[in-house]
Design a protein around this ligand. Structure first.
Ligand code: JHZ
Ligand code: ZN
Length: 408
């Protein structure tokens, strides 16, 4: 099989999750009886460019339909993280009313709104119409398009100047033509400009068994080595990296520019990836077995609770939640409903396993004995908001790195 990025034949599969529904394909009540699309889902490593990737392609219009339900603004932690990033960029890059900040996958304006507040011109680019509308409604100038070299050239030809800062958060996993995407960033970046890219770190995925972050929307799973090689191929340079342990299970922020040069922090990450083998196949061998063990353990935990007559619900109709429910085989008998703050998800049902998605008040109203936190990346924030449930005796289960009931 050919690598999606470097084109070399010989990517090596290391995990097969079987046939899975689309993780964000939440089901409307009227479609519950109808057929549901499922697609194979296998993950592989490219020994040539170190890019971890899935083997299957689902058409973009199927993956990202008009009613794509993910809105970034439902997490206070993410909003705070984004605000810090924006304020820091305004200061360190001396951004002003003459600058331009472009965000790729700008969603509902969760990040760019901070620049707007400070009078820094922005352009958000995102293919999801409802999210783009929400952004424009709050004064964040955004266009509804997929980004790539073509759009970059169209913007430049249309009079949009080059950007001092380009931000691409949680999107480099989603783009099939990653080369075209990076070429577009290069074209759009001012000579002294900065690109920042955030993505969950593949090392955390493997080390902490975060297999549920694997789904059809995520074509790539990134490392410093992979990003460095990708940038080099396009004449860009990875200069620096920052790590956020709490964000999406461990996130790296890559700093990229037209100028060569690596900070000691980046050198340390690259050396560490070489030493641990993140840049070689052996690191990924054995992962499938650990994932299978997690499936067995989580099923056993939930089955034994149910056998004792305990009730179990779940928190977070996250995309990763769908992978977890479907791979582990958690149906409505094991977990009866899922709650989520995102009002666009409420009233719908989980893909494949079909639990109804309710508002978060259902936890206190129905008081399940246990709640499985599918959005485990936000567990502190979630448990913090749900003290009433905990005080009423509700208990929490986290599924990764291994399933456990958390003492509260
Ligand atoms: P969340 C997202 O994946 C989207 P998902 C995307 N697929 C991506 O690439 C990764 O992030 C990195 C809800 N919630 O963001 C909101 C509450 O209800 O972890 C969400 O529905 N109450 C593009 O979908 C879900 O949980 C809360 O207090 O796997 C979290 O989904 C909080 C904090 C969240 O990821
Ligand atoms: Zn490759």
């Amino acid at each position: 099989m050919r690598c999606r990025v470097c084109g070399v034949v010989g990517v090596r599969p290391f995990l097969d999750l079987g046939k899975m529904p689309l993780s964000d394909g939440l089901v409307r009540p009227e479609n519950l009886q109808g057929p549901e699309l499922t697609f194979a889902l296998e993950v592989a490593f490219c020994p040539n460019c170190a890019m971890v990737q899935i083997l299957q392609d689902v058409a973009q219009e199927v993956l990202f339909p008009e009613d794509y339900p993910y809105f970034s603004s439902f997490s206070d932690q993410l909003l705070a993280h984004s605000r810090r990033h924006a304020l820091n960029l305004v200061e360190t890059r001396s951004l002003s009313g003459d600058s331009l900040v472009v965000e790729l996958a700008s969603n509902d304006g969760y990040l760019l709104q901070n620049f707007v507040e400070l009078g820094v011109p922005v352009l958000g680019i995102d293919p999801a119409p409802a999210q783009v509308k929400a952004a424009n409604d709050k004064g964040v100038r955004s266009i509804c398009r997929f980004f790539g070299l073509e759009l970059a050239e169209e913007l430049l030809a249309g009079g949009t100047g080059q950007a001092e800062v380009i931000i691409a958060n949680n999107v480099c996993a989603h783009v099939p033509d990653l080369n075209g995407f990076v070429a577009g960033m290069k074209a759009l970046l001012a000579p002294g400009g900065l690109i920042t890219i955030e993505n969950p770190y593949v090392r955390d995925l493997i080390d902490h068994c975060e297999f549920d972050t694997i789904y059809h929307e995520h074509l790539f799973y990134h490392s410093c080595t992979g990003i460095a090689r990708l940038m080099e191929r396009h004449g860009l340079h990875l200069n620096h990296v920052e790590y956020f342990a709490e964000l999406h299970g461990g996130t790296l922020r890559y700093h990229v520019s037209h100028q060569a040069g690596r900070t000691p922090e980046l050198e340390a990450y690259l050396a560490d990836e070489a030493a641990t083998g993140v840049d070689s196949f052996r690191y990924y061998e054995g992962f499938a077995q650990r994932v299978e063990q997690l499936r067995v353990d989580l099923r056993a935990l939930l089955s034994s609770l149910r056998a004792q007559g305990r009730t179990v619900a779940a928190y977070g109709a996250a995309a990763k939640g769908s992978t977890m429910l479907n791979y582990v085989g958690i149906d409505g008998d094991l977990v009866s409903f899922v709650v989520d703050r995102n009002t666009h998800k409420q009233g719908l049902h989980m893909p494949g396993t079909h639990q109804p998605i309710l508002g978060v008040d259902a936890l206190v109203e129905q008081r399940p004995d246990f709640t499985l936190i599918l959005a485990w990346n936000f567990k502190e924030e979630i448990m913090g908001q749900q003290r009433g449930y905990t005080e009423a005796g509700g208990q929490w289960i986290v599924p990764v790195p291994h399933p456990e009931v958390i003492a509260s």
